[in-house]
Design a protein around this ligand. Structure first.
Ligand code: ZN
Length: 479
């Protein structure tokens, strides 16, 4: 069998977080609202109304373009994309065609084996979302709350070579959109949607194969699985001597296969023309520079800095920078803490992630503060509490938001480091367990661990383990 390679291009649509819609004053925050309550004559496409451009949406698109290393247009033009569909009341969508806001950029992806590749970005432009259709039996219901919400479209060159690379691309892109605060990137809620086009060709060939589009991919998983499936399907067809047809497919999650949606005899003709109701957008160089200077540190750069500055391993730095809010929390706690940053990292990656997971909360929603966490580890460093007690204290901090010092004080959790007090407990444990003590003295030194457990139990876990172990050892060896 010949060797084949896949040629993949990707289109991502992401809803931009703004207060109002793209061309009218309706609130864009329509989640959970009853159908058709976030609407006005503009987004309902009534005759005679005029659109007004949402400045914030333009700004967010330009910021995204800058983060994706794009050229930013000095003049961008909105265009009408004409087609008829029930979710599009005007009969056209206002989009951008020949003069998009951003073009010719790139995004660097990293594969699990550490290999890096650049995926070129052809363009990123601004448009409006459509309404939402729900099909119920023989009827279709239409909700226009989503109509006119600002939508960012990001299109790659066909530089992606495998399902794994597509997955790496879309996860990195979403992470950047979230870092920028441009989009929630929530695929389950439809705030981010993917389309791919894929063809295969024998390795070494310079001709492009016939490409197939797969639409409406609404999870990272479906991006990867649909591409894996489709690449296999196309190779099998070529091996049988069949031609791949130019079609649009969907992804059937349940059956794990791509399914035909429609054949594509010719390219759609949307009869684009410049939107006559909107002037061309002129972007000043100063404004774009201002936005560039104000960009946050992006995930890859922050990950590298965490490794060099805090001495973290790549995996740890990846985990801590996956979400901007987690990275911010870590750095704020490190600022308040005098010891090794790794101690703070361990708390976040271990106990805090566990507590957040169980409670189903985001790090920004919890009651533990960066300074609270720093204080907790400081209490451990000073031997005021031991590590096990610290976990209990964090639990209480998480539930109540109280400071660790007050919790230790009010719950009487301070570690017992007092030699006299501990020696008395050790003596009692030895007296109560003559058999185990005899076995230890007979050479079974591993009984020490068990006896140590008794000491911890007698102090309800508060014994300073270092001191307690030394006292126990001394008492046993004394005979
Ligand atoms: Zn409106």
């Amino acid at each position: 069998m010949a060797e084949y390679e896949a040629i993949i291009g990707m289109e991502v649509h992401a809803q931009i977080i703004t207060r109002s819609k793209m061309f009218c004053g309706c609130s864009a925050d329509y989640a959970g609202a009853p159908p058709n309550t976030h609407v006005c004559p503009v987004c309902l496409g009534m005759p005679g109304v005029l659109p007004v451009i949402n400045r914030k949406a333009v700004e967010q698109t330009v910021r995204t373009g800058l983060a994706l290393n794009c050229e930013i247009a000095s003049t961008a033009v909105f265009a009408r994309k004409n087609y008829h569909y029930p979710d599009l009341p005007k009969g056209y969508q206002i989009s951008q065609y020949e003069l998009p806001l951003c073009r010719n950029g790139w995004l660097e992806i990293e594969l699990p084996d550490g290999q890096k590749r650049r995926i070129r970005i052809r363009r990123a432009h601004l448009e409006e979302d459509t309404g939402k259709l729900t099909h119920v039996g023989e009827h279709s219901l239409i909700d226009f709350n989503r109509a006119g919400v600002p939508l960012l479209e990001i299109v790659t060159e066909p530089d992606i070579r495998s399902a794994e690379e597509a997955y790496a691309y879309v996860t990195r892109l979403r992470q950047i959109l979230r870092y920028l605060g441009v989009s929630t990137g929530d695929m389950e809620k439809g705030a981010m949607r993917c389309e791919v086009n894929v063809s295969v060709r024998p390795v070494g060939s310079t001709e492009l194969g016939t490409k197939v589009e797969i639409k409406n991919l609404n999870s990272f998983r479906s991006v990867r699985l649909s591409l894996e499936y489709e690449i296999r399907r196309q190779i099998a067809a070529l091996e049988r001597g069949e031609a791949v047809k130019q079609v649009t497919m969907g992804w059937d999650e349940e059956r794990g296969r791509t399914v035909l949606q429609r054949s594509k005899e010719s390219a759609e003709d949307y009869r684009y023309f410049p939107e006559p109701d909107l002037p061309p957008l002129e972007l000043s160089e100063e404004w774009v520079d201002e936005l560039r200077r104000a960009l946050p540190e992006l995930p890859a750069a922050r990950r590298d800095r965490f490794m060099s500055l805090y001495g973290l391993a790549r995996k740890e730095a990846d985990l801590l920078t996956e979400e901007r809010a987690v990275a911010d929390f870590f750095e704020a706690a490190v600022q308040e803490y005098a010891g090794e940053p790794r101690a703070i990292a361990n708390w976040i990656m271990g106990e805090l992630f566990r507590l957040l997971n169980t409670a189903g909360l985001e790090i920004t929603e919890m009651k533990v503060t960066p300074s609270g966490l720093a204080e907790l580890q400081t209490l451990v460093d000073r031997s005021t509490i031991n590590l096990n007690t610290a976990k209990q204290v964090l639990d209480i901090m998480f539930r109540t938001g109280r400071s660790p010092a007050t919790i230790v004080e009010s719950e009487g959790l301070a570690q017992v480091s007092d030699q006299g007090e501990l020696a008395a407990i050790v003596a009692r444990v030895i007296e109560e367990h003559p058999e185990e003590v005899a076995r230890y003295r007979g050479g079974k030194t591993n009984v020490l661990g068990w006896l140590m457990g008794q000491v911890m139990r007698a102090t309800r876990g508060k014994a300073n383990p270092r001191i307690a172990r030394r006292l126990l050892q001394e008492a046993l060896d004394r005979e």
